[in-house]
Write a protein that binds this ligand. Structure first.
Ligand code: URA
Length: 245
C-alpha cells in the first residue's frame, strides 16, 4: 500500500497547503490512530486514521498532476542516458515517480503535464480522444489565406494526411509571422512537418494550450500543481466531473 508523508497526506486532503500542513502538525493538532504526531515526515497509508482537530481527514487524490512550461533544450522524458536535462529534473515531485504526458521536441517550448496517473495520461494522449493542442509557430514571411487553407484542410505528410486543423496568423515579429495551429493529433514533429510541407519551415515552436488549459503566466522552467479548475479547462467541466476531477 502506498505510503505518504503526513504533510503531503494533509495537503492532498484539502486541509491546507503543504506549508500550512507543516504548521498544523507542529502545533500538535494531528493524531494518527489516536496518537499525537508532530513530525511532518511521519509515514501514513490510507489504512491509518488521521484526524485534525478531532475530525477525520482522507486525501481526495493520491496522484500528482503538474503543469510545466518546458524550456527549449530539455528532453520530455523521465531520464536520459546521456545526462541531458529532462522535464522531470525541473520539478520537485516529493517522491512521486512522474512521467511526461506526451512529448514535445527537444527544441519545442511550452505546456507539458507530468503525472504518475496512467489513466490520466492515457485520457490525454490516446488518439481516440482527439485532445486539441494549440501551438504558436514562428515562420519567415507571412503565410497567405491559401496556405492557411491547406493547413486547415489537412496536409499530406509521409505518414498520411493530417486531420482538419485550425491555422491563423496571430501576430508579427519583425519579418516573421506567428502562426497559431490547433491540431488534435500527436504525430511526431507534426506542426513542424505541416508548416514545412506548405513552404514555411518553423523557426521557433511553443505549445500554448492543451484542450482549454492555457500556459498563461507560467515562466519557462516553472511549474505548479494542477488545480480543480485546470482539470475543468483541460477536459471541459462535465467531462472533468465524469473523470472524478
Ligand atoms: N509538433 C511539433 O512539430 N513538435 C512538437 O514538439 C509538438 C508538435
Amino acid at each position: 500500500m502506498e505510503e505518504w508523508r503526513l504533510q503531503k497526506y494533509l495537503a492532498h486532503s484539502g486541509i491546507a497547503s503543504r506549508r500550512a500542513a507543516e504548521d498544523i502538525i507542529a502545533e500538535g493538532r494531528v493524531f494518527v490512530n489516536g496518537k499525537r504526531v508532530t513530525d511532518p515526515a511521519t509515514k501514513v497509508t490510507l489504512k491509518d486514521r488521521v484526524t485534525v482537530d478531532g475530525k477525520t481527514v482522507k486525501p481526495t487524490r493520491t496522484k500528482t498532476y503538474i503543469i510545466l512550461n518546458k524550456p527549449a533544450q530539455v528532453l520530455s522524458t523521465a531520464s536520459d542516458d546521456r545526462g541531458r536535462t529532462c522535464v522531470v529534473d525541473l520539478v520537485d515531485a516529493e517522491g512521486a515517480r512522474l512521467y511526461p504526458v506526451g512529448r514535445l521536441d527537444y527544441d519545442t517550448k511550452g505546456i507539458i503535464l507530468l503525472t504518475d496517473d496512467g489513466d490520466f495520461m492515457q485520457r490525454i494522449t490516446h488518439p481516440k480522444f482527439e485532445m486539441w493542442k494549440t501551438y504558436e509557430a514562428v515562420v519567415k514571411g507571412e503565410p497567405d489565406e491559401e496556405t492557411l487553407g491547406m493547413l486547415r484542410a489537412g496536409v499530406e505528410l509521409e505518414d498520411g494526411k493530417t486531420l482538419p486543423a485550425e491555422a491563423d496568423v496571430v501576430r508579427f515579429k519583425g519579418n516573421n509571422a506567428v502562426v497559431r495551429v490547433k491540431i488534435r493529433e500527436g504525430r511526431n514533429r507534426q506542426v513542424r512537418r505541416m508548416l514545412e510541407a506548405v513552404g514555411y519551415p518553423v523557426l521557433d515552436l511553443k505549445r500554448t494550450a492543451l484542450g482549454g488549459l492555457e500556459l498563461g503566466e507560467l515562466r519557462p522552467g516553472k511549474w505548479r500543481h494542477m488545480k480543480h479548475r485546470d482539470f475543468e479547462s483541460l477536459f471541459g467541466k462535465n467531462e472533468a466531473k465524469k473523470l472524478g476531477f
